[in-house]
Design a protein. Sequence first.
Length: 535
Amino acid sequence: MERLPFFLRLLRRRAAAAPYDVRWDHDVEVPAYDGTVLLADHYVPVGDGPWPVLLVRSAYGRGFPFNSLFGSSFAAQGFRVILQSTRGTGGSGGDFHLWRNEATDGQATVDWLRKQDWFPGAFGTIGMSYLSYVQWSLGLDPPPEWRAAIVQVAAHDFYQGFYPDGAGALRLELSLVSGVAFFNQAAGQATYLRALLRLAVHLRRAIRGVPLLDSYRRAFGGRRQEFEDWVRHPYQDDLFWSGSDAGPAADRMTVPVSLVSGWHDLTLEQTLTQYARLRAAGQEPTLMIGPWTHTSAFDRGWSELFPDALEHLRVHLLGEGERTTRVRVHIGDEWRELPVWPPPSTDLRLHLRPGGELGELAGGTTSFDYDPKNPTPSFAGQLQSRTQGARDNKPLEARADVRTFTTGPLPEALEIMGTPTAELYASGSTGHFDLFVRVCDVDPADRSVNVCDGFVRLTPDHADADPVRVVLGAAGHRFAAGHRIRLQVSGGAHPRFVRNYGTGEPLGTAVRMVATRTTVHHDSVRPSAVVLPVV
């Protein structure tokens, strides 16, 4: 085995104390179920062993940052790490597909582990985002040797990832950024950086041009059948999405699972779905939610994630001690430990009122115009662009197509933990319209910082007399005394969610756009409100 590359040795020296030097083998060949060769890098501590095995399967290549985050870092802590490129990526054979091969290729890799003379009879897994999806895929038929899973900012259902409202509203930004990552990252840093630059140069045309199936092409450097398939199949019952949901793994797994997410992580709801399913199946997963986005968890959050992962592996692979913290969440400026998520709470119902007030029930209506030719932009929250996370929303709230409803200053602090919802009685002039709803914390300096939000797409089947229930996403937040609670209501958040053309025509081929006048009713007969889980 060889010494680590210089930059990995340098990073390791600058990291926290590590008891072991590390050697590695690169491009180790692992046969898949059909004979396809999957390549892996093998990191081993220098010492007597035997070493517990940590399996990491990546669709993003085996270079930086994965060789540092998972390869050398955990090997230096006494784990034998197998960092493998999934099918069709990073030099591995075959063709990449988001979901069709991960379960069987994962099983084949575990079978290869069993045959190695250094295999101690047990292994753990770790990884973020797609590296967590492959863990859920393995969990559809969990191997008996699996002892620990660390599932970070995880997706388990690709349909829900691309179409979270279930009504055909594509997460356009996610589709474009993910497409660039899936199609280019495993080809090396230079190729990936060129692809990102091309996307940045052509992004405006990709998200504003029509029809979408033509306008996106320059951003990708040509046609990509995978992206076009995502656009052409907007409904979950389409056979195209068959097999894309690895969520049932939570009903079958007995391996101890550590779940990690962030309040502004674009996969937070999927993480909490799996947390609830694991508990319903009789398991006791651990859960950590920090003040992070999908990507910042591995930058600002690594000082929390790394020791938490080490503890989980040492407890369940080495039998050292036990995990005493079940749920750890970041609220305000501190970490809280809870026995379960969500904790018990009481609903606080705040009604929309005339003049942009939020509080007791009153009368009236509020209207705004949404123009798909100048769509309300996405800003802050669960994004992958530079404005992701918690931000001052004043630039967004200054737009004429965004309405706000705000309480007076709070006489004392108020804390919410759980999933707020909005119940809005709304109608749109075209019948085809969207509602984007957000809770913000407004401080005495009038900074309006987003806490959580939700989105729904409505069609002419919607009855004006029925409330629209908008799930605003999980939140853990403390509104300080003197702060105000604000509810934003608008007709979209483009390109986070693809704009509503107002016509109901297919997303990929539509070119005609019609503006919509949206009316929200807030009277005694139609009492629109936001419901907050107060603890």
